[in-house]
Design a binder for this molecule. Structure first.
Ligand SMILES: [Zn+2]
Length: 67
């Protein structure tokens, strides 16, 4: 997915890559906007990133697409 929640604010993967580079914050600090489960950022700076759930979530339409 391309969008996630960070501290209850929607953030795009593109902005999250910049945020990660600036702050060094990594890991499952994001949440899926649909199911609220933890998600982490994948991707390198300067590329298109995306978020992935920590575990597959049944019933979440954002959960089963890997990229
Ligand atoms: Zn989800």
């Amino acid at each position: 997915m391309k969008m996630a929640l960070l501290d209850d604010e929607v953030i795009s993967a593109e902005k999250a890559l910049i945020f990660r580079q600036r702050t060094g914050r990594k890991g499952y600090i994001y949440a899926c906007p649909e199911c609220g489960e933890p998600a982490r950022l994948h991707g390198k700076s300067g590329q298109d990133g995306h978020f992935e759930h920590k575990t597959r979530v049944k019933g979440c339409s954002l959960s089963h697409i890997a990229r």
